[in-house]
Design a protein around this ligand. Structure first.
Ligand code: KG4
Ligand code: ZN
Length: 341
């Protein structure tokens, strides 16, 4: 089965060709530079860029997979959640392609797709479903921080999430206070690598609450107060590195301890992580150390598949079709407040 998958939920225009769990091509046109000067993703601009880029990206994905539109057996697209006008571009293009080719269309939940990117490994990349095991999955991006119990393939239950800011948002907003360009997460990561994480003390929100939820807005506010009390600090490059390392350590400690706590409580033997923040070197290191201590398998998304991409959409779509799921009706639109089962 050859699946053409589309992802346009935020600021990446992605098209991938997937067959038998193999990612034959995975093309992503990132709009990061475009949104940089606004300090965040501007939905209207993102939508226009998707409109401009989607077909060239699709042509390139077909070329790299050495496939023609007529070879495609099914078309998949992210149907939500995301920026509604941006989603609509990929969703409607996918439905249109499916209609023109007389093939089934399948709408995919963006977060559910993130659950499968840690299983895609190797070169050329392939989803290792034969090694699948129940897991607790951490999805950490600029828009979301979720803990999901993946009880079995295609059976997912959200067990916790952020009650305010996402972890990536906390990185980005803190970076902005420090004067770093958008998106600040990767910059914070780089500077933190040369800083002392114990230099300054910041809160670990909800760390000892008996639930799987997160809260990051207070942490960002405490950095703002800290900078107000220490007005000269930003002029000292080493102190800036120490500040980045200290904030990063607070975010990472909460993410790691809550993820491992959930895994222990639910008795799973495997932890996975995906989303842009899962590229963070400290998070990857600390998750690896904690999983080694608890004798858990850890599957981290390849950094290229951590951020938004269509390969994960295609991999999940194929699994759903193989499991007997019927096509999503062409008249179905994005469902508001759509949540994981
Ligand atoms: O998954 P993603 O590309 O897009 C969505 O938000 O959906 O995630 C982007 C987020 C941004 O907040 C960015 O700052 C953060 O991921 N990020 C990082 C790192 N790389 C990306 N945060 C911390 N350390 C990183 N290395
Ligand atoms: Zn995402």
């Amino acid at each position: 089965m050859l699946i053409l998958a589309i992802e346009t939920s935020c600021d990446e225009t992605g098209v991938a060709l997937v067959s038998g769990g193999r990612v034959l091509s995975n093309v992503v046109a990132s709009q990061m530079k475009l949104h940089e000067e606004y300090g965040g993703v501007v939905p209207e601009l993102a939508t226009r860029e998707h409109l401009k880029n989607l077909l060239p990206v699709a042509h390139e994905a077909l070329r790299l997979a050495d496939a023609k539109p007529a070879d495609v057996d099914a078309v998949a697209a992210t149907r939500g959640p995301g920026l509604p006008p941006a989603l609509m571009i990929g969703l409607k293009a996918g439905q249109g392609m499916a209609f023109a080719l007389d093939r089934p269309f399948i709408g995919i939940h963006h977060h559910e797709a993130h659950l499968y990117s840690p299983w895609i490994t190797g070169d050329p990349p392939r989803a290792e479903f034969e090694r699948f095991e129940p897991n607790v999955s951490l999805i950490v991006s600029g828009g979301h921080t979720l803990l999901v119990h993946v009880e079995a393939e295609l059976r997912h239950r959200v067990i916790g999430g952020t009650i305010d800011d996402a972890a990536g948002e906390c990185f980005d907003k803190t970076a902005k206070l420090i004067g770093l360009p958008y998106p600040g997460g990767p910059q914070m990561d780089r500077l933190a690598g040369e800083g002392n994480p114990d230099a300054y003390e910041f809160p670990r929100p909800l760390l000892y609450q008996p639930n799987d939820d997160f809260s990051f807005s207070g942490l960002k506010t405490s950095v703002r107060y800290f900078l107000e009390k220490n007005p000269g600090l930003l002029a000292d490059a080493q102190k800036v590195r120490d500040l980045c390392a200290s904030v990063q350590q607070a975010i990472v400690e909460v993410l790691v301890k809550k993820t491992l706590g959930a895994a222990r409580r639910l008795g799973v033997r495997c932890v996975t992580a995906s989303g842009g923040v899962s590229c963070n070197l400290s998070l990857r290191r600390e998750l690896a150390a904690a999983c080694a201590r608890d004798k858990l398998h850890l599957r981290l998304s390849d950094p290229q598949l951590s951020t938004d991409n269509a390969a994960m959409i295609g991999v999940l779509a194929e699994r759903r079709l193989l499991a007997g799921e019927t096509a999503t009706g062409l008249d179905e639109e994005i469902k508001a407040g759509w949540v994981l089962a």
